[in-house]
Design a protein around this ligand. Structure first.
Ligand SMILES: Cc1cc2nc3c(=O)[nH]c(=O)nc-3n(C[C@H](O)[C@H](O)[C@H](O)COP(=O)(O)OP(=O)(O)OC[C@H]3O[C@@H](n4cnc5c(N)ncnc54)[C@H](O)[C@@H]3O)c2cc1C
Length: 450
């Protein structure tokens, strides 16, 4: 094994998922010398596209929905020059279809933070009254141990048709155990801020084309080095800092001014960093990608109420179905899932009851950590006991669940720490700093609800 020295002041970012990419982009943008490593042959981690040999088309590992209120993600997309790769829906509307009643509607938050829109029946969920929405205020007062189902009226129409589907999708956790505080933060940053924060954004060609490839190009233009196929297997420590990076095939001796951003998944970070406590319970997500072209009149995505399918996305040659917190179905055989989920698609879009078209079922068994109060307590901070080691990843304590927005914020936060450690102030934030406190009623809550 050859131990090579790196140039002083070098930043080594290990893990090229969105957290590592965001940290690298922020740092390279501020003139830092960056090398980005990943164990895999492809960057993007849990957010990536690939050619599916069975379907003969490019698909994403899972459907990912962004909203304009995802401010860190928007800053990242802007910085890497990828805004034009997104379908940005002009109307802030979240469409739903109830399979049992056949009803279709869209929740349409109004302009501004005062949610006058709940006073208009056409903008709210059918079968709900304006005062039902007040229920959500309980989330703002949530104690650390409270769950979504513990605080909201679970027998209400509003819960079944709005709070439950949003909470399960955003937290990838069943409502009986999902953290009420985390759900509040998601609502406060999106619906609670009105239409301007609720415009859906969908990657037009694929997640890699929109969130990964433009970042790699940006990094290359800034002189950053990208080393795929480099698995970090240990860290060396000396004098209160990381002194060595031990990769599978080589080792790197760090200088005093060098920094490390560790942006690997939680379980890997816990293996590499002594004593690190991280979330250790994961929830699955199941996606079904059907080779089928829906009519261009169909919504680009819709929440499905009363089926096994939870969200359906219309793409050029593919219809994709997502089921989050999918514990109850993840063990079912692919053929059975294909039948069940296609049946829901035919009901939702009034298609003839034909056998399913060719489909790929993708089961991500450890899609995200389970967003329960107990797991929330296990999330570490960006800083570690080692002066030059900073953590990034969706599991880091960003105040948000494991999402694109959370991963990117964690990367920006790690970049800010590296920048500050060099005595270069806090200007490294190309996006907002991570949220560390529950929004106050004056900031969000009073404006969020009537
Ligand atoms: C199916 C699915 C659907 C989702 N849907 C949504 C959604 O709709 N909206 C949303 O906001 N979020 C969604 N998410 C969550 C989102 O994808 C993740 O929160 C985010 O991608 C996590 O990024 P990360 O960088 O923290 O981790 P990762 O993407 O896991 O990146 C970690 C990287 O580290 C690398 N690595 C691991 N070990 C090593 C090692 N020893 N050495 C070097 N490199 C290593 C890995 O290869 C990987 O590239 C979804 C996730 C899944 C799986």
């Amino acid at each position: 094994m050859i131990a090579a020295a790196s140039p002083p002041g070098h930043v080594h970012v290990v893990g090229a998922g969105l957290a590592g990419l965001a940290a690298s982009v922020a740092l390279a943008d501020r003139g830092h010398v960056v090398t980005l490593y990943d164990s895999g042959p492809q960057a993007g981690g849990r957010c990536r596209s690939f050619i599916d040999s069975e379907l003969g088309v490019r698909i994403d590992n899972g459907n990912h929905l962004l909203l304009s209120g995802n401010t860190a993600a928007s800053a990242y997309i802007q910085r890497i020059g990828a805004f034009d790769t997104f379908e940005r829906l002009t109307e802030a509307a979240i469409p739903f279809i109830d399979l049992q009643t056949g009803e279709r509607w869209a929740v349409r938050p109004g302009k501004g933070r005062v949610p006058w829109w709940v006073l208009r029946a056409a903008r709210r969920v059918p079968g709900t009254r304006a005062r039902d929405y007040l229920d959500a205020l309980r989330l703002w007062r949530a104690a650390p141990g409270d769950t979504v189902a513990g605080l909201l009226a679970t027998d209400s129409v509003l819960f079944r048709r709005l709070w439950q589907p949003l909470a399960v999708a955003a937290l990838n956790t069943g409502v009986a155990e999902a953290s009420a505080r985390l759900f509040w933060r998601v609502l406060a940053e999106t619906i609670g801020r009105g239409a301007a924060s609720c415009r859906p954004m969908l990657a037009r060609d694929g997640l890699s084309e929109s969130l990964v490839d433009p970042a790699l190009s940006f990094l290359s233009r800034r002189g950053a080095e990208i080393r795929l196929g480099s698995r970090l297997r240990a860290l060396g420590f000396a004098d209160g800092r990381v002194s060595e990076l031990l990769f599978e095939h080589n080792a790197l001796v760090l200088r005093r001014a060098d920094s490390v951003v560790l942006a690997v998944p939680a379980a890997i970070a816990a293996r590499l960093v002594p004593g690190l406590i991280v979330p250790d319970d994961y929830a699955p997500i199941v996606n079904a990608h059907f080779r089928y072209s829906l009519s261009p009149d169909a919504p680009m995505f819709a929440g499905i109420i009363g089926g096994t399918a939870e969200w359906v996305f219309r793409k050029r040659e593919v219809v994709s179905v997502t089921v989050s917190a999918a514990d109850r179905i993840v063990a079912r055989p692919a053929d059975e899932l294909r039948e069940t989920l296609w049946h829901d698609v035919t009901l939702a879009f009034a298609l003839p009851a034909t056998p399913p078209p060719p489909a790929r079922i993708v089961k991500e068994r450890r899609a995200t950590f389970r967003a329960t109060p107990a797991q929330e307590m296990r999330r570490p901070a960006t800083a570690t006991a080692w002066a030059n080691l900073h953590l990034a990843g969706d599991y880091v304590d960003t105040g948000l669940p494991a999402t694109i927005e959370g991963a990117i914020r964690s990367g920006f936060a790690a970049a800010t720490r590296v920048h500050q450690r060099r005595g270069q102030g806090s200007a490294a934030n190309i996006g907002p700093a991570p949220m560390t406190q529950t929004p106050t009623p004056t900031e969000d809550c009073q404006r969020a609800l009537p």
